[in-house]
Design a protein around this ligand. Structure first.
Ligand code: PRX
Length: 636
């Protein structure tokens, strides 16, 4: 047997053990965290597909992230904040982090937030966002962080669904040197809400002047002063009590609140920091995601801190002040593992390759990329340019941590570019037939599905809607109650996995997961629009971009090019105002009809094919072939 095969076998054995001896495996892993009271059962899956991990155990995410490491690392950096947007830096030791989190927790308690209450954060990448998240965890409040790039309609939907007692926000953020005012969007969202929260706390950065609403809006700095020095006791939660809700898009226009537990999540993250991310306590970890996404929750905030590491929080882009900024930060803070996105690397690829060599990267062992497909040339460019391993990892908001990845903490395995390697321990992943639900042999494309129980750290349900959780995720594979990832996949003869795009209408723009249905609903709210179809089209830089095809209420499509351009601009602005700039379509075109089947279903795959200049394939079900021709013409 070759050396290479032996290595792959070790990972396979590890994975096999995690499934075959599930409870022993996770019992052992649970020792990584502190339990105030031990659990009585590792797993309760008596009500499939629900799974409760570490039944009866009591723990707390904030305690494991902050307090637990005080004796060892009180004076060592826990949180490093760098903003190239406002040219500021702050370093917090564990002790200082402890003080800030306690002040924030006291502030929330002072506003009447109790265990189980929700707190919504709409914040830029500032340390106060991390303090507030940890403060929620400390007192057992459930946080719901909304990505700062989202706008009022998205925000209002999330406020209404989670019904937070308090919203914590900021005057504004900054992106590529441009101030983004948050407060007006928040005010607009609160105006749209059925039951707005009692209190709004604003962290005023002095970026975007705003009007405070008397009796509702409070000042973060003032509250911090008021509560400084307080110590807030830990709320020891039963393992399955929720830690947070994070909304994500699917097929419908209504985002789903992915609910995460407490104990299972802490264990899963702690284990992944070693097995997947090859780290140990005292390391420094730098993840360039945003706290508004799952990657930010797991690998900016909780994962590194729970594992006793230093985490780097970065507000800025990968190319300002220049394309070496990420490497400069790696050098300065002696970063051991870097986690970023394929889009960020494709952006860097357009810069001078010499920038990769300008800094001392000797501390860095591996670069991790996730969130969207990693194309082979991009992976190769980075890996060759840095002379470091690049690991592609595949997962979802729902899973909370990687489903497929190389696992250098188990064993270094050879990379196969274009593949996120192998299933991680705990995930019983299969490629199954869309029509029969049966496992497919190597080489065949099918749906990537997971046999329940989902491992610790994966979503426990949809916030407030158990039935929707089951219906959404566990009913689409014929004949089997499997979890569907809604991704296509394939395994090669050597056991390397490949992800081949979504089976549903979710698109991925620069690593941002968006629902086309949500964008369609936004466009349809324009008075002149009769109907529309939004699709994700391949893009060299962003992976995908959204393109919108619109049928207007007036019979003829817009013939006058100026009028068409003006209307296109109106629609783009509307989406930007309602959902945020990330959701803004790259292109809007007007057509007389949408290509549909005789039963009225829009032929999205055919539209995408035409947009990508591919053969649209079988069109026998199309009602009006000229509709597809119109799409083709509209693109010329
Ligand atoms: O389609 C897959 C794609 O992103 C989706 C999940 O997005 P989100 O919920 O935002 O979570 C991102 C967590 C990293 C998946 O269903 N995706 C994510 N990672 C990869 C990927 N597609 C291909 N390769 C990946 N490594």
């Amino acid at each position: 047997m070759s050396k290479q095969e032996t290595k792959v076998n070790k990972i396979r054995d590890f994975h096999h053990e995690s499934i075959a001896n599930r409870e022993e495996f996770w019992r052992r892993e649970a020792e990584r965290i502190h339990w105030d009271e031990p659990f009585t059962r590792v797993l309760d899956d008596s009500r499939p597909p629900f799974a409760r991990w570490y039944v009866g155990g009591r723990t707390n995410l904030c305690y494991n992230a902050v307090d637990r490491w005080l004796p060892q690392y009180a004076d060592r950096a826990a949180l490093v904040w760098v903003s190239t947007e406002v040219d500021q830096e702050r370093v917090y030791t564990r002790r200082q982090l402890y003080d800030e989190v306690n002040a924030a927790a006291a502030m929330l308690r002072g506003l009447g937030v109790e265990r189980g209450d929700r707190v919504l954060l709409y914040m830029p990448m500032v340390p106060e966002a991390v303090f507030t998240m940890l403060a929620c965890a400390r007192i057992g409040a459930v946080h719901s962080v909304v990505f700062g790039g989202f706008a009022s309609v998205n925000l209002a939907q999330r406020i209404d669904d989670a019904a937070p007692k308090v919203v914590v926000s900021a005057d504004g953020g900054s992106r590529a040197g441009k101030v983004q005012a948050y407060k007006p969007l928040l005010d607009k969202a609160l105006g749209l809400c059925a039951k707005p929260p009692q209190s709004v706390v604003i962290f005023d950065r002095g970026l975007a002047p705003f009007e405070a609403v008397a009796g509702r809006d409070l000042d973060y700095a003032e509250l911090r002063r008021e509560h400084w020095g307080r110590q807030v006791p830990i709320a020891w939660l039963e393992s399955s009590e929720p830690s947070y809700v994070l909304y994500t898009s699917g097929t419908t226009g209504r985002p789903k609140g992915v609910q995460r537990d407490t104990g299972g999540y802490a264990v899963a993250l702690a284990a992944s920091m070693e097995y997947v991310f090859g780290g140990k306590p005292g390391d420094t970890y730098f993840c360039t995601s945003d706290i508004g996404w799952v990657v930010g929750h797991s690998y900016i905030v909780y994962g590194p801190l729970i594992a006793g590491q230093t985490t780097v929080l970065y507000e800025g882009t990968p190319v300002r002040p220049d394309g070496a900024i990420l490497w400069q930060l790696v050098e300065r803070f002696r970063v051991n593992a870097l986690f970023s996105s394929p889009t960020a690397v494709r952006v860097l690829k357009r810069q001078d390759p010499a920038l990769l060599k300008r800094h001392d990267l000797s501390s860095l062992h591996t670069v991790y990329l996730a969130g969207e497909p990693l194309d082979e040339p991009t992976a190769r460019w980075l890996s060759d340019g840095l002379g470091k391993p690049v690991i592609d990892n595949y997962w979802q908001t729902e899973s909370g941590w990687p489903i497929l990845s190389a696992q250098p903490g188990v064993e270094r395995t050879p990379a196969r570019f274009g593949s996120p390697s192998f299933p991680t321990y705990g995930f019983d992943v299969r490629v199954v037939s869309e029509t029969t639900g049966e496992d497919l042999p190597a080489g065949q494309k099918g749906v990537v599905a997971i046999v329940p129980p989902l491992p610790p750290g994966a979503m426990s349900t949809i916030w407030g809607d158990d039935a929707r959780f089951v219906q959404t995720y566990f009913t689409s594979i014929p004949g089997r109650q499997y979890y569907s990832t809604f991704d296509w996949g394939r395994v090669d003869a050597d056991g390397y996995w490949f992800i081949l795009g979504r089976t549903d209408d979710v698109i991925n723009v620069a690593g941002h997961r968006l629902g086309t249905r949500e964008i369609e609903e936004s466009i349809s709210s324009h008075a002149g629009v009769a109907e529309c179809a939004v699709v994700g089209v391949a893009d060299e830089l962003k992976g995908q971009v959204a393109m919108a095809f619109v049928v207007l209420k007036q019979a003829a499509p817009v013939d006058d090019p100026d009028a068409a351009r003006a209307l296109e601009g109106d629609i783009m602005r509307l989406v930007e105002q309602q959902l945020g700039a990330v959701a803004r379509p790259a292109l809007v075109r007007f057509v007389g009809a949408l290509p549909k089947t005789r039963s009225g279903k829009v032929l999205r795959r055919a539209i995408v094919a035409v947009c990508e200049k591919r053969d649209p394939g079988d069109l026998t079900t199309i009602e009006d072939p000229s509709a597809l021709e119109q799409i083709k013409e509209s693109l010329q």
